[in-house]
Design a protein around this ligand. Structure first.
Ligand code: NAP
Length: 251
């Protein structure tokens, strides 16, 4: 695998799993985290134990004003660790869950969801574009909740839907540089997301398993290796697609 990937929100959950899957496939990874410095350091150690290189950088993807400083720190890390000016692949994964009925959603909840899940993806990708190598790939993480609806996820899912549209426009505009852009839309996965509800609430877990064709909810290992595989040469012609990875949830 040709590759140096940057995975946002890779200290835990799907981002961590994706970073490790990329490393197992022979890639190096820039791992970003918001607050979990120790977990991010552990991911770097795990990648190094696989014989690959990694660095961890702090980044709140909802704080666009911090992006110029992040880009400067990233440039330094690329030069110091890889003697490169660019990286190959960007996985816009970072994000939090926050649920509320539309009637009760506050402006602060809404703004934070949109800042992290849409505005941040837009402007982080814009800021990183000069650092992404021609021929690289971008994956934006969405959710199955853009296809099927659960009460409480309106603002979150609408922000993800915006990213799905954005991904198609990115594919259109970046194609001249050979950069493919796709959306990966996981179904319900057992992680810390949303307070760990899918993993820790047995009733929710069973209900979701019951409406999933393959008969269970997802685990992180259902997602990371799939994204790593999409970075491979065999998938070079996949572009501008929404790829749902849900085991057949709500079909
Ligand atoms: N789990 C699911 O059921 C599911 C389903 C569909 C889509 N998704 C999406 O998949 C992505 C990853 O979710 P997950 O399940 O892996 O969640 P998770 O286990 O809670 O991990 C979230 C990761 O994102 C980071 N993060 C959260 N908010 C951030 C911010 N504002 N800026 C920078 N980093 C931030 C966290 O960093 P810290 O550790 O430093 O806090 C952590 O590394 C999200 O975009 C989520 O919307 C999840």
């Amino acid at each position: 695998m040709r590759t140096l990937a940057l995975v946002t929100g890779a200290s835990r959950g799907l981002g961590r799993n994706t970073a490790l899957a990329i490393a197992r496939g022979g890639g190096d990874v820039v791992v970003t985290y918001r607050g979990s410095a120790d977990e991010a350091t552990a991911v770097v150690a795990d990648i190094e134990a696989l014989g690959r290189r990694a660095v961890a950088l702090q980044l709140d993807t909802g704080e666009v004003d911090a992006f110029p400083v992040f880009v400067t720190r990233l440039r330094t890390a690329l030069r110091d660790t890889w003697q490169r000016e660019t990286f190959d692949h960007l996985v816009n994964n970072a994000g939090h869950g926050d649920t509320a009925p539309i009637a009760d959603t506050t402006v602060a909840q809404f703004d934070r969801l949109v800042d992290v899940h849409f505005k941040g993806v837009f402007f982080l990708t814009q800021a990183l574009l000069p650092l992404i190598a021609d021929g690289g790939r971008i994956f934006n993480i969405s959710t199955g909740l853009t296809r099927f609806a659960y009460p409480g996820y309106a603002a979150y899912a609408a922000a993800k839907a915006a990213v799905e549209t954005l991904s198609v426009y990115m594919a259109k505009e970046f194609g001249a540089r050979g950069i493919a852009v796709n959306t990966v839309a996981p179904g319900a996965i057992e992680t810390d997301f949303g307070g760990g509800v899918v993993r820790d609430n047995a009733d929710v877990n069973a209900q979701l398993a019951g409406i999933t064709a393959l008969g269970r909810v997802g685990v992180a290992d259902d997602i990371g290796p799939m994204i790593a595989a999409l970075l491979g040469e065999a998938n070079r012609w996949v572009n501008a697609q929404r790829i749902e990875v849900s085991g057949g949830q709500a079909i």
